[in-house]
Design a protein around this ligand. Structure first.
Ligand SMILES: Cc1cc2nc3c(=O)[nH]c(=O)nc-3n(C[C@H](O)[C@H](O)[C@H](O)COP(=O)(O)OP(=O)(O)OC[C@H]3O[C@@H](n4cnc5c(N)ncnc54)[C@H](O)[C@@H]3O)c2cc1C
Length: 376
């Protein structure tokens, strides 16, 4: 029947595309429904860091999820290149998590000891050693944690590679189509109502990023989610001024990309769906950035942009099935780490939807009903 699929994926960001790839590889008939264009929201605003250890300082389900996903990038990059010809620009250029005061240095040194459990190559660099590695760093930098095995990707290319690989396995993508609500029958989801008509399907997965909670409200779930806007800019210099990704606890990072640009991010504006880039946001970010690498004040600004991160009340993404409606799944709420988490999100969500992980204890931390008050 026309407009009938095994699975409808709501949202064509990096997570929707990754899930589509995994499901269509398994032979499922999949459609991605996207209200704008593929990867038009957070997934194209990201810096593409794969910063499990720099972003997540505590062990726990999210940290373990991030480590597993991080380890998948090398083979994924080859797999997607072979399948689609798209180079996701995976670059293992290392990362420096810097400390700008002696007090923060003590904290970061503790993280070094802790993180070496997962990667013995991680080490502390003192003020002299860190400037030997990256001479452009200001004298304010007291030292830092060096993660030589860290890397980054080009997030839009990764989203497009997932989507193209899914298309090659028979998936369809419908852009400029918004999902308005779900259709249910006898405790089971049967389709979605969109701005361009009804789509029938046996399963739905909501991968709608920061917009997921609003849509899920129509299914009786009150997920604890909120948007966090982030503004960025990029610069280019005649000669490269840094090679390593530099990450400051003061909400500022520098990510050198393959094309010579350095992405500098990012502000954190909670509860804002307004993607406007403001002079105030860029000024605040520039002040922090110049404090860390003074020579960037003479660089050419290439672009400014913003994106909306999907945050959850407890900081963990939602990956699971609706507690009351069979066949309705969600994979959203990846906050600052959705690019890093996209490979594992695709694999786990596809397995869940195939009924292969229902009782997996690892996934219980990400269940939709982990807080009982979420269900109306
Ligand atoms: C400035 C910034 C920097 C970041 N840097 C990094 C980084 O370095 N590393 C990292 O791992 N992560 C980073 N992130 C986080 C990462 O970008 C997100 O976690 C990730 O992109 C979320 O992907 P997603 O597919 O879940 O959501 P999105 O990319 O937001 O995709 C959701 C899609 O759903 C669509 N949609 C919503 N509602 C509907 C509907 N009703 N019907 C149809 N379509 C709908 C939207 O249009 C959107 O395209 C950053 C984010 C920002 C903003």
């Amino acid at each position: 029947m026309k407009n009938t699929y095994d699975v409808a994926i709501v949202g064509g960001g990096i997570n929707g595309a990754s899930i589509a790839y995994q499901l269509s590889k398994l032979g499922r008939k999949v459609i991605i429904i996207e209200k704008g264009e593929l990867a038009c929201q957070s997934s194209s605003a990201a810096a593409g860091m794969l910063a499990a250890q720099a972003e997540l300082e505590q062990d726990g389900p999210l940290f373990q999820l991030a480590l597993k996903s991080q380890a998948m990038f090398s083979s994924l990059s080859e797999e997607l290149f072979e399948a689609t010809g798209i180079d996701i620009e995976l670059t293992y250029n290392g990362m420096l998590k810097i400390a700008e005061t002696e007090e923060i240095a003590e904290e970061v040194k503790k993280q070094v000891i802790y993180q070496r459990k997962w990667d013995p190559a991680i080490k502390w660099l003192d003020a002299n050693e860190i400037r030997e590695l990256e001479p452009a760093l200001s004298l304010n930098v007291a030292g830092g944690m060096y993660l030589p095995n860290d890397g980054n990707v080009q997030p839009t290319k990764l989203s497009k590679a997932f989507a193209k690989a899914a298309l090659d396995f028979g998936a369809e993508i419908r852009e400029y189509t918004e999902v308005l609500s779900f259709l249910f029958e006898k405790g089971q989801v049967t389709g979605v109502k969109t701005t361009h008509g009804i789509i029938h399907c046996g399963q739905v997965v909501v991968a709608a990023g920061a917009w997921a909670a609003e849509l899920m409200r129509g299914s009786g779930l009150n997920l604890s989610m909120y948007p966090v806007k982030g503004e960025c800019f990029s610069i280019k210099t005649e000669k490269p001024i840094i090679n390593t990704t530099i990450f400051s606890d003061k909400r500022c990072y520098f990510v050198p990309k393959r094309n010579g640009e350095i992405y500098i991010g990012a502000t954190m504006v909670e509860h804002s769906f307004d993607a406007t880039v403001t002079p105030g946001g860029i000024a605040e970010l520039t002040a922090r950035a110049v404090h860390i690498i003074p020579s960037i004040s003479n660089a050419a600004v290439m672009r400014v942009w913003s994106g909306i991160r999907p945050q959850t009340g407890d900081g963990l993404p939602y990956i699971g099935e609706h507690p009351n409606w069979k066949g309705l799944f969600i994979a959203a709420g990846h906050f600052r780490n959705g690019i890093l988490l996209s490979p594992i999100t695709g694999i786990l969500t596809a397995k869940l939807m195939e009924g292969k992980l229902n009782k997996d204890p690892f996934l219980s931390a990400f269940r939709l009903d982990r807080h009982k008050e979420m269900i109306f």
